[in-house]
Design a protein. Structure first.
Length: 240
């Protein structure tokens, strides 16, 4: 049996969300239905989850010192990252010292880092991926694009919402693509991935949940590259 302490008491079970968007708001509402004390943290005021949380904080989520101060003050039972733009090295440190991070800090760190997740998939798990190179400067970037061939894609190793990403169709696009990649990265100017653009029919998003009773794969959604529409596979499976 799992025992949850009552919110706003000395034995409260606390959940702190790092990221307070619309999805975070839904998580906080569900937590409160279980009597859990909730804290929402984000980089801007009046974020959606802040409207319903017991308490909230506004802080630069990439500032590990400021973020650690809030976590130390609140002492949450669970840290739940809701966005990628977080000081992931801090999460790893806290988890190593006994803090529960859900999902685990390594998963969050890989989500933030295109190089880490690509090398895990292609070089550790030996999954088939498009040809790619990681580079640190414009000269290496130009060389990689020519070697990989056009069209190719450039992405900052750390970015979200498509920022800094572009398709390079010829050598004439290289200067603007490099400039845009440096402007759009979360970490500022720096490392990018250059990868071959491959033809595809659709991409699949598969929501996966690891729970106490196993790993669950929810309905798979795909976006058709040709018809530009969303469809879904009406199937739910479970890995026993």
């Amino acid at each position: 049996m799992t025992i949850l302490g009552t919110a706003l008491t000395t034995n409260a079970t606390k959940v702190m969300l790092l990221g307070a968007g619309e999805l975070g708001k839904e998580v906080i509402i569900e937590c409160q239905r279980l009597g859990i004390e909730t804290i929402a943290v984000d980089r801007y005021a009046n974020a959606p989850a802040m409207h319903v949380a017991h308490r909230h904080y506004v802080v630069n989520m990439l500032d590990s010192q400021a973020l650690k101060q809030i976590i130390t003050q609140e002492k949450p039972d669970f840290l739940v990252p809701e966005i990628e733009a977080i000081a992931t090295s801090l999460l790893v440190e806290l988890e190593n010292n006994g803090q529960k991070v859900v999902p685990c800090a390594r998963a969050v760190k890989l989500t933030m880092d295109r190089e880490g997740i690509r090398r895990l998939a292609a070089e550790t798990l030996h999954l088939l991926t498009s040809p790619y190179q990681f580079v640190d400067d414009e000269a290496a970037f130009r060389k990689a694009a020519v070697e990989i061939g056009f069209p190719c894609i450039v992405k900052p190793v750390m970015s979200s919402s498509g920022k800094g990403q572009s398709v390079i169709r010829s050598e004439q696009d290289l200067t603007s693509a490099w400039t845009y990649s440096q402007e759009g990265g979360r970490a500022g100017q720096g490392r990018v991935i250059v990868e071959k653009m491959i033809p595809f029919d659709f991409e699949i998003t598969l929501l996966t949940i690891r729970a106490i009773d196993g790993i669950h794969f929810l309905r798979a959604y795909w976006s058709s590259a040709r018809k530009r529409r969303l469809s879904c596979v009406m199937a739910t499976t479970k890995n026993e």
